[in-house]
Design a protein around this ligand. Structure first.
Ligand code: PLP
Ligand code: ZN
Length: 425
């Protein structure tokens, strides 16, 4: 970690040596989230952006907090595609829109970037067991990346997690503890088990390296745009670690002089889980604001007490973005809207980012001069029940026909699909 200056406490500002603390600033317990500080002039002199190489997110390894000999997991994480979606630009009255599809990660969500980092850091620390709590995707990601290297892992998820995510854990061979409670209960138990058993702890908003893994999404966005910042980025927010990482990525690139400005970062929250949006709009102190009762169809952004709230607020404030709140109905409507307008099928929390763009456009926060990136954080296959209901609510209907030619012709005539020239005889 040649270019790491230390770990800066986001509460008191004290700089800690990475070897001197386990995860957080000891003065504030679990609230003492730290941020990895880099020697940017040193990095600028040592790293050439045109000479980057390596698979997926490890292409940016010189900008990541790893010791030189540390082995990284072999499974490909990162290098996800970003598709331009002119119909979504038209629908939202914005200049250009791209959807970056993190559903294309090995376990089908952006969490793979953080979990790959966690597994590398755990190996660096000589750990044999790694644990996390999760609403589902961080767990699936940790399970999958651990499976790629054969590392033992213990996962705490709320019993209500969507079946696809729990199924991933079981397929990958994790030890799975289904907590009869909400996400925040799962966090508390994982934290305790990690502390008493000494396991490596991946927990979001506690382990400072998770946002460092996630920041590679921003590097890819900027590099795909020819080392240009977009004007605005839409990210859904639960704990706030992704938005914190997205901000960190762009901040690194600005500090290195690889892009010339910070994009406006918009945090999208579900109306039933709007802790950060409320704190931001009312100017509340997130160190004293009590937890809320979170309830939303977008399970990945359901968080009563966002664990990475300091980084999340800083991302929006420093980038002069905003928090945008969307209802569950808006989130569900965004699933088929984004899928039909771009070809990218997101889970509710992924499509929520597009719902946020629609809402921001209605509020006049974005317009025809803006080049906008929507971060689809997870695959639609993570939660097919919600997707099915959303598609049907949007008028989609599968046509059931009996297996004979008369029924086929009758149905096709009714469906009113044009015949190609030469067809229809
Ligand atoms: C985890 C997750 C989020 C939210 O990330 P936070 O760091 O909790 O704010 C959004 N979408 C998906 C698909 C996720 O898995
Ligand atoms: Zn501190």
């Amino acid at each position: 970690m040649e270019h790491v200056l230390g770990l800066d406490c986001l509460v008191c500002g004290e700089r800690h040596d990475p070897g001197a603390i386990d995860y957080v600033c000891p003065r504030h317990g679990e609230d003492g989230i730290v941020d990895v500080a880099y020697d940017y002039p040193g990095l600028r002199a040592a790293v050439d952006r045109d000479a980057l190489s390596g698979p997926g997110m490890w292409r940016y390894r010189p900008l990541l907090p790893l010791e030189p000999p540390t082995a990284v997991p072999p499974i490909l994480v990162g290098a996800t595609p970003m598709h331009e979606a002119p119909r979504l630009a038209r629908a939202t009255g914005t200049g250009r829109v791209w959807v970056k599809d993190e559903g294309r990660q090995p376990t089908a969500s952006l969490k793979d970037r953080a979990s790959a980092m966690a597994v590398a850091k755990a190996a660096e620390a000589g750990a044999r067991v790694i644990t996390t709590s999760s609403t589902g995707n961080a767990a699936a990601a940790l399970a999958g990346i651990c499976a790629s290297v054969g590392m033992a892992n213990v996962i705490f998820v709320p019993a209500s997690a969507p079946p696809a995510k729990v199924t991933q854990l079981l397929a990958y061979g994790s030890t799975v503890l289904l907590v009869d409670g909400v996400y925040d209960d799962a966090v508390a138990l994982a934290m305790r088990a990690a502390a008493t058993r000494g396991w490596y702890n991946r927990t979001t908003g506690f382990n400072p390296y998770m946002s460092e893994g996630k920041k590679t999404a921003s590097y890819e966005i900027a590099e795909d745009l020819g080392w240009q910042a977009p004007d605005a980025v839409f990210v859904s927010v639960g704990d706030g670690c992704i938005i914190g990482g997205v901000h960190k990525g762009f901040a690194d690139l600005v500090a290195l002089g690889w892009i010339d400005r910070m994009p406006r970062i918009y945090g999208v929250q579900a109306a039933g889980s709007a802790y950060l949006a409320d704190a931001w709009s009312r100017g509340e102190d997130v160190l004293t604001k009590p937890p809320i009762q979170a309830d939303t169809v977008a399970d990945s952004i359901s968080a009563g007490l966002p664990r990475d709230r300091i980084k999340a607020l800083r991302a929006v404030e420093d980038s002069e973005g905003a928090f945008v709140v969307v209802s569950d109905d808006q989130i569900l409507a965004a699933i088929p809207a984004m899928a039909r307008g771009s070809g990218v099928f997101g889970e509710p929390a992924g499509a929520a980012a597009y719902a946020g763009l629609v809402e921001a456009s209605r509020l006049g926060l974005v317009g025809e001069h803006d080049r906008v990136v929507v971060l689809n954080t997870g695959s639609g296959l993570k939660d097919v029940a919600s997707a099915r209901a959303a598609a049907e609510a949007a008028g989609a209907e599968a046509v059931l026909i009996s297996a004979d030619v008369a029924a086929l012709d009758e149905a096709l005539d009714r469906l009113d699909i044009p015949n190609e020239p030469g067809g229809g005889s």
